[in-house]
Design a protein around this ligand. Structure first.
Ligand code: G16
Length: 541
């Protein structure tokens, strides 16, 4: 066991979800070691405790796992469970932490960010209940990283990550486990696999795009082996360090092939995709893309069809920028509804306290209290289960939902990798004008309220301020501006727009067309194009 002298790196402040940087940054001597030691220094007594370790298989995954294990052994952990090949999806890691009563888990992933030697890498820490570390802990980790002077590490051979079984580093036991088995069992407990099998026998066709990311092995086991979808249902199922040169972000740009297939007359009935670490989901029904906000609302409205949620759900939560579609479901069915800042960590307290059963975000994340992380395959299985027991197709379910609750037209415009100073200035200018906006009339729209969202956590009473600027119009329309906390290059400005349409005859318009007025107003209010020096957004979802 060695003690290595080191110096702090100023930039080790975790963002929306862990520390994300370019691979090149993580390759700098001591960079990863410092952050891992800072985690262990901020998370309480660890002697003799258990640690769960795994990642999404991206470039550097194996090397950093070796460092995590050697530093964990030198810091006194009793044992570590590691996914074979270094693989664990984020929700599967969360499940293992809970099931095997671990002290916590380290998940190596930069989620939907690109991989490969020029791509991104990330380190996340999840606490004993399986949830992402709350802000109090991430702030402590950062504080430790800013005064670190040494780290402890075992000077030993690398662990064999590819064979199931036990090994030792000093006094720490290491168990290499099947990354899929426990998670697949959990899914089988939650959902009616028999009903889905009957739908398959009845001709139901499905396509899942694993994007060469972590969900491939899980999807082959659950969809093809256990449910019986034919081989070939899961495509791009082999995790690759560079995700096959693709961006593992399940949106309509990066899974265009899947979208086109689902829009074709002879396409499958249902399509889905997941991201780098398996916590996001993209849902496409035959002939219709279902926005994450609508998906959350529809899952909440139909949860009673699923055996796990038959007894009713306690409440639902959505992140502030997510559309208010689910609010209408909550109001009708009298569920509690919570509006949190962006970041899954804010949902975890609510889930753990049992006051919320389902959560979701516009950024393709949905989940429930089965694990305290968002869970891509869970959301897809929930849809499959609802389709199977209702006997309806996805398009009809969505249309009926809009007719019953109204439609929330919704879109996010991203200005990616803009100059960070320009982005901050744009937000500051807007912030300074918030007081003058209420009452302003723009065309037929009147601004009712303008603020910077602050969240008061009802469980631990913590307050999180400056979580995004909201412009709320009298008719319920909204524009939200915020800076992303997951980018690794410059800054990314996200602009979210939403408006409600109750009239069924007006619910089938093109989304961008339906939001045209708000798109123009967003630019007029924030001077986006001028201040960011961009003619248009880089990504529209
Ligand atoms: C993370 C967070 C999500 C958040 C997303 C995007 O997801 O867990 O809550 O919505 O980042 O955040 P931002 O808008 O700040 O870029 P993931 O899947 O990237 O871990």
């Amino acid at each position: 066991m060695q003690t290595i002298i080191t110096k702090p790196f100023a930039d080790q402040n975790p963002g929306t979800s862990g520390l994300r940087k370019k691979v090149k940054v993580f390759e700098m001597p001591h960079y990863a070691e410092n952050f891992i030691q800072s985690i262990f220094d901020s998370t309480g007594k660890i002697e003799g405790k258990r640690l769960i370790v795994g990642g999404d298989g991206r470039f550097l995954n194996r090397q950093i796992i070796q460092k995590v294990l050697k530093i964990a052994a030198a810091n006194g952990f009793g044992d570590a469970m590691v996914g074979r090949g270094g693989i664990l999806s984020t929700p599967a890691a969360s499940h293992l932490i809970r099931k095997y009563r671990a002290h916590g888990g380290i998940i190596l992933s930069a989620s939907h960010n690109p991989g490969g030697s020029d791509g991104d890498f990330g380190i996340k820490y999840n606490i004993a209940n399986g949830a992402p570390a709350p802000e109090k802990i991430t702030q402590d980790i950062y504080a430790c990283s800013q005064k670190i002077s040494h780290y402890r590490i075992a000077d030993t051979d690398d662990v064999d990550l590819d064979h199931l079984g036990k090994q030792m580093i000093g006094d720490m036991k290491i168990k290499i486990v099947d990354p899929v088995h426990d998670y697949a069992n959990l899914m089988e407990e939650l959902f009616d696999f028999e009903a889905i099998r009957r739908a398959i026998t009845g001709g139901f066709r499905f396509r899942f795009d694993a994007m060469h990311a972590v969900t491939g092995p899980y999807a082959h086991e659950i969809f093809e082996q256990r449910l019986g979808f034919p081989a070939g249902t899961v495509v791009k199922g082999q995790p690759l360090p560079d995700f096959g040169h693709q961006h593992p972000d399940p949106n309509l740009v990066h899974v265009k092939e899947l979208y086109d297939l689902l829009m074709a007359d002879d396409g499958p009935d249902f399509g889905a995709a997941s991201d780098g670490d398996g916590d996001r989901n993209l849902i496409i029904g035959k002939g219709i893309f279902i926005t994450p906000s609508d998906s959350l609302a529809i899952l909440a409205a139909n949860a009673h069809l699923i055996k796990e949620y038959q007894a009713g759900i306690a409440g639902v939560a959505r992140s502030m920028p997510t559309s208010t579609a689910v609010d209408r479901v909550a109001a009708k069915h009298k569920f509690f509804l919570y509006e949190t800042p962006t970041g899954w960590k804010f949902f975890s307290n609510l889930l753990d306290a049992g006051i919320v059963t389902l959560c979701g975000e516009e950024s393709f994340g949905t989940g429930s209290d089965h694990v305290l992380e968002k869970d891509g395959l869970w959301a897809i299985l929930m849809w499959l289960n609802i389709l199977a027991v209702s006997g309806k197709n996805a398009l009809d379910i969505v249309r009926q939902h809009w007719r019953e609750y109204g439609r929330n037209y919704y879109s996010r415009h991203d200005y990616e990798e803009v100059d960070a100073r320009a982005a901050r200035k744009m937000m500051e200018d807007l912030h300074a004008r918030l007081g003058s906006l209420p009452g302003m009339e723009i065309g037929s729209l009147k601004i009712e309220k303008a603020d910077d969202f602050a969240y008061h956590d009802p469980v631990d009473y913590s307050v999180s301020s400056n979580q995004g600027i909201r412009i709320l119009f009298k008719d319920g329309a909204r524009i939200v501006f915020r800076l992303s906390g997951t980018g690794t290059q410059g800054a990314t400005v996200r602009v979210y727009m939403e408006r409600y349409e109750a009239d069924p005859d007006l619910q089938e318009q093109d989304t961008q067309k339906a939001l045209e007025k708000l798109i123009t107003i967003a630019d007029e209010i924030a001077h986006l194009k001028l201040l960011l020096n961009r003619r248009k957004p880089t990504m529209i979802t």
